[in-house]
Design a protein around this ligand. Structure first.
Ligand SMILES: Nc1nc2c(ncn2[C@@H]2O[C@H](COP(=O)(O)OP(=O)(O)OP(=O)(O)O)[C@@H](O)[C@H]2O)c(=O)[nH]1
Length: 305
């Protein structure tokens, strides 16, 4: 079993001694990253996506309040928890920090035990939030993104592709004769092959923006941003071949003695006429065609829209 990765804490303070003290305090339990000014804090936050930032309020050039404001304005870093560590110890300073969206406020000079306890508490909250996010977004059987997550990412990628005038490819993959598989081998065996198929699909979705999702029952969606029709069809052909090569026996298939899949796909290269829902419908039509042409094949809409 893999050990869970250590949580990451970024310490941003212009005072070298403070940075060192905090780093020594946290190093035994967490991966500690350091920043000596606001700009560095923002850059490290975006690059490493820490679980928590201990942020000094008073720093030259860019103070902690401004760093927090910029973190919250960037979708990449907006959810990172921040604890202010500040020499300003008036109640209104503390209230101001919390009102800006900090999780906590610790006045300097800080007490080491209190800092460690508060950091542990906030990181526990972060862990719980991640778990809830996972429950909300991940399909329990296949461990792929669930339908809710797919809908969300599809809408966002559609907007991005449209804005940047980049192609967007989408495919729906459906296991062939899965009803017969369940009838022949039993539902638990059906679950197992569905998981194997999902794992194989996911192993081909390698670019950071690619998404494999469970679209419904035994139907998986493959969302491939910034991927043209030629690249997407090549990738999907590889997926189908890899699934067939798993050589999962399917004695009741009307196609082959091993498990196969059918795929429908389409690429949108020019935006204007077609909506995201229409692209999905087009992909669904292609899947229907693949099934009706005998299954175990990929049908891709020809002539990009
Ligand atoms: N084991 C298992 N079966 C599922 C799951 N979700 C959907 N199914 C089954 O998938 C089958 C889909 O059947 P159909 O839609 O008739 O499709 P099919 O038998 O694959 O036929 P074609 O798609 O035409 O090749 C149904 O029997 C569902 O019960 C699941 O999570 N686990």
């Amino acid at each position: 079993m893999n050990l869970p990765a250590m949580q990451k804490v970024l310490v941003a303070d212009d005072d070298g001694i403070n940075r060192e003290v905090l780093a020594e305090l946290l190093k035994p339990e967490y991966t500690v990253l350091l920043a000596k000014n606001g700009a560095q804090a923002l850059e490290r936050a975006a690059r490493h996506l820490p679980d928590l930032i201990l942020l000094d309020v008073i720093m030259p050039d860019m103070d902690g309040y401004e760093v927090l404001r910029r973190l919250r304005a960037d979708p990449l870093t907006e959810h990172i928890s921040v604890i202010f560590i500040s020499g300003l110890d008036r109640p209104e300073d503390e209230a101001n920090g919390l009102n800006m969206g900090a999780s906590d406020y610790i006045a300097k000079p800080f007490n080491a035990t209190v800092v460690t306890a508060r950091v542990a508490l906030h990181l526990q909250v972060v862990r719980q939030r991640r778990m809830l996010e996972r429950l909300a977004n991940v399909d329990g059987l296949t461990e792929l993104a669930n339908r809710r997550r797919f809908d969300e990412v599809y809408a966002a990628e559609w907007k991005r592709a449209q804005g940047e005038r980049r192609p967007l490819s989408l495919a729906l993959l459906d296991i062939d004769c899965f009803k017969q598989y369940n009838d022949h081998y039993g539902h638990p065996a059906g679950d197992r092959v569905l998981r194997s198929v999902a794992r194989t699909v996911a192993s081909f979705m390698r670019r950071p923006a690619d998404l494999a999702a469970r679209y419904g029952g035994e139907e998986l969606a493959l969302l491939m941003p910034d991927t043209d029709a030629v690249q997407a069809q090549y990738l999907v052909d590889c997926v189908c071949r890899a699934i067939e090569q798993l050589a999962l026996a399917h004695g009741a298939s009307l196609v082959k003695p091993v498990l196969t899949v059918s795929v429908g796909g389409a690429t949108i290269a020019e935006f204007g006429g077609e909506s995201a829902t229409e692209l999905l419908d087009a992909v669904d039509n292609q899947l229907y065609r693949a099934k009706h042409a005998g299954r175990n094949r990929v049908e891709w809409r020809q002539g990009g829209k």
